[in-house]
Design a protein around this ligand. Sequence first.
Ligand code: SF4
Length: 171
Amino acid sequence: MLITTRYKKNIHDLNDYQFKVLKPSTNKKLGKKVLKGSFKDYKFYTLTLVERETCPKDCFHWEDCFGNNMPFAHRMSNKDELLLTTRIHNDIKELKGKKALLRLHILGDFFNVQYVWFWDLMLTLYPNIAIYGYTANSTSSKYETSRNIAQAILSLRIKHKKRFSVDTVTI
Ligand code: SF4
């Protein structure tokens, strides 16, 4: 059973990573910014973590994860959590108040409850950002960690409403 990405060479240790960790969208379907709705004109940014290493083990797509077909995606390592969150925070500061809609995550997932609270702090400190995405963590998971993460995600949805639109799954 795989426990990380198939493309280990594309896991980036953030001590040596000279680029931003939040990437402006280059996805043709998604486009560069939101064209309508509450977040019209927000620019899309994405964050990619390491698939499987950061994901709940009962993810339905564990074996056929999208990451299997993404050899070139840069995966940000979460081995040093403080470094990861510091780098993300720096990138958010560099937006300098510009409106940004962050996609969490292209690959990978919320890997612990503290990391969910980190996003709570970012949303509180930076009213110019909003977040959307999906998580494979679930309140009905057999894994306690996954249930706790999903519960924390649900509380952020209540607290930040549309600004934290992350869907959980039901197993
Ligand atoms: S949560 Fe997403 S990234 Fe992680 S294993 Fe499942 S499909 Fe892949």
